[in-house]
Design a protein around this ligand. Structure first.
Ligand code: SF4
Ligand code: MG
Length: 332
């Protein structure tokens, strides 16, 4: 079909010590369609960045599969992977840390082209650098300057230009706006949307809250302690969240529509995020869930498709466990 990326039962564990294993990503599955923006949202430590990095093979996987264009990215030879990675790029949260302070903007943007042997010759590459700078809202004059001479928003634009240098089709945006001033965040979101349309890009967009991803994402997966707890299209997720955790995350986001605001029950997250080294038994969210039942302590809920394209991992919605209509529990 039109699915560009398939993530199947992906696991990424880190061995911390002889006794301790950090299950950073614990059996997640989703597909990303060509041209869409797929949002991944969750608190820090939920595994979203680790998932992104494992998809790009910056980390080896522990188990499962990542298929890009039906190619298993973790099992192809190094040389093929290198070629494949022209198509897959990443934009990082901290544009300053990810740009070499001793390189000029020109060097930063042309480096990937040199590595991949694109645009033979200095002149062609420079031309391409100028073109990319224009595309991200900067200009020629910026090419000879260094990262510290730019504002945070401009540095992120440089990071975006570098990611575009190889003409990728898929970009993982790892919290690209979290480190920026609120006034600049919308500009970067708008830029990413514009580039997506112009270049037919597919995005995996990682964020720690739901306020910004809403406007850019077609579908969103909510993660908690290494698990996907809800996955559905963006509008449904915002208007009728099912999982108690999604409800809690949304309660922290102001709702511009007063009609929806009135019907929304505010759920406050109690307690701290449990240590990912020692996650709760059963449902990982149970220690903070206002609706937790006995079963939640000893049985892990499966991610169930409750309606077409609408997935939730909570016993309350699993028809095999509760014969409850989803509507009965949306009002908590
Ligand atoms: Fe809450 Fe239980 Fe649902 Fe987990 S499975 S979210 S603890 S009700
Ligand atoms: Mg992160």
């Amino acid at each position: 079909g039109n699915e560009l990326l398939k993530v199947k039962n992906l696991k990424k564990y880190f061995k911390i010590s002889k006794k301790q294993t950090l299950k950073a990503v614990d059996d997640i599955s989703f597909n990303i369609r060509k041209g869409e923006t797929f949002g991944v949202v969750g608190e820090s430590g939920c595994g979203k960045s680790t998932a992104g990095r494992t998809i790009l093979t910056l980390y080896d996987k522990t188990d499962g599969q990542v298929l890009y264009d039906d190619i298993d990215v973790h099992s192809i030879p190094e040389q093929e992977r290198f070629k494949l990675f022209r198509n897959m790029q990443m934009i990082f949260q901290d544009p300053y840390a990810s740009l070499n302070p001793r390189s000029t903007v020109k060097e930063i943007i042309s480096e990937p082209m040199e590595i991949h042997g694109l645009y033979k010759g200095e002149k062609e590459r420079l031309h391409r650098v100028y073109q990319l700078l224009e595309e991200v809202g900067l200009n020629k004059e910026h090419a000879t300057r260094y990262p510290h001479e730019f504002s945070g928003g401009q540095r992120q634009r440089i990071g975006i230009a570098r990611a575009l240098a190889l003409e990728p089709e898929f970009i993982i945006c790892d919290e690209p706006i979290s480190a920026l001033d609120v006034s600049v965040q919308a500009q970067i979101i708008n830029l990413l949307s514009k580039l997506q349309k112009e270049k037919d890009l597919t995005y995996l967009f990682i964020a720690h809250d739901l306020s910004m991803v809403r406007h850019i994402s077609d579908r969103i997966a909510v993660m908690y302690l290494g698990h996907i707890v809800e996955l559905t299209n963006s509008k449904t997720l915002y208007d009728e969240p099912l999982h108690p955790y999604t409800n809690a995350l949304l309660s922290a986001v102001p709702i511009p529509d007063p009609k929806i605001e009135k019907t929304r029950t505010r759920v406050l997250l109690e307690g701290d995020l449990p240590s990912p080294l020692d996650p709760p038994s059963g449902c990982v969210f149970r220690t903070r869930c206002p609706l937790a039942q006995d079963i939640c302590a000893h049985q892990k809920p499966k991610l169930v498709e409750v309606e077409e394209g609408r997935h939730v991992a909570c016993h309350l919605y699993d028809p095999d466990i509760y014969e409850m209509d989803a509507n009965d529990v949306t009002t908590l």
